[in-house]
Write a protein that binds this ligand. Sequence first.
Ligand SMILES: NC(=O)c1ccc[n+]([C@@H]2O[C@H](COP(=O)([O-])OP(=O)(O)OC[C@H]3O[C@@H](n4cnc5c(N)ncnc54)[C@H](OP(=O)(O)O)[C@@H]3O)[C@@H](O)[C@H]2O)c1
Length: 291
Amino acid sequence: MKKYLILCIFSILSISIYSQIGRSVPEQTLSNGVSMPILGFGTLYLTDSIGERCVAQAISVGYRLLDTGRIYGNEEAVGKGIKKSGIKREELFVTTKVWVSDMGYENTKKAFEESMNKLGLDYIDLYLIHRPRGDIKGTWKAMEELYEAGKIKAIGVSNFEPDQLTDLIAYAKIKPMVNQIETNVFFQQHEAQAANEKLGVQVEAWSPFAEGRNGFFSNQTLAAIGKKYNKSIAQVTLRWLIQRGIVAIPRTSSKEHMIENINIFDFELDASDMQQISKLDLNTSQFPEWE
Ligand SMILES: NC(=O)c1ccc[n+]([C@@H]2O[C@H](COP(=O)([O-])OP(=O)(O)OC[C@H]3O[C@@H](n4cnc5c(N)ncnc54)[C@H](OP(=O)(O)O)[C@@H]3O)[C@@H](O)[C@H]2O)c1
């Protein structure tokens, strides 16, 4: 009996510690009042059984925001990972995106249904136009209708320049809430961030580590800052993004890195750190092949 009681107390304690981890990521409030975690998990290239395993592991260590896209070919794997994790749907914030070949009113409605089916969900937290190509107007109309029907909690765009965002807002009935753009220490997007925020749009950073390009993981400036706080280059970079109020979605297939990347809420970069990082800006995309 004593042994059973100790076991019960231990289980209750671990559940409460676990759910505290789940709620411990601070949230950003979007223009429509919906809140999204400031740190999430990117899933590009994480397909099939690896995708499923990574998503379940990411959830188990505390990630609640998951970022996928129809073009990643892994919505099914992400859905399986969610199921495997056993998490309650309402605790998650799931993003997916409509791809270039599905632009236009009818195509978008169809693509959205397919994404939901693959993910095994009955609503999406954030649905984005992946790239500013094709019939944006028709796609946006479809997204507005899905939003009004309660099938999407927030709508937005990705890879939109400020002028493209302004054009969209001019005819939109519902304004975009998020713009997911490449943002990393080599492409810091200060002007774009100011322009997005002026339009009431939350910036979300894709490729926060520039996928390791340009010697990112051995950058001396970031390593020296990290040394002061006993933090890694990855942690300093994520901290720099969230201190700017930018949502970040790093991707990793390693559980160790998942834990490392979420362990950024116990230190703060000072003004001189922020200034040193600002000097790393090359103000150019690290992915010219995607332009
Ligand atoms: N909207 C768009 O157009 C767009 C475009 C690109 C990406 N995205 C989204 O943004 C997400 C993130 O971008 P990304 O996947 O391109 O790249 P990323 O997050 O900048 O970098 C991923 C790379 O960093 C490594 N890494 C992660 N954590 C690490 C750590 N703590 N220490 C050392 N290495 C670490 C990973 O290797 P390991 O696996 O070995 O850890 C992987 O090679 C994507 O997954 C996707 O969801 C969106």
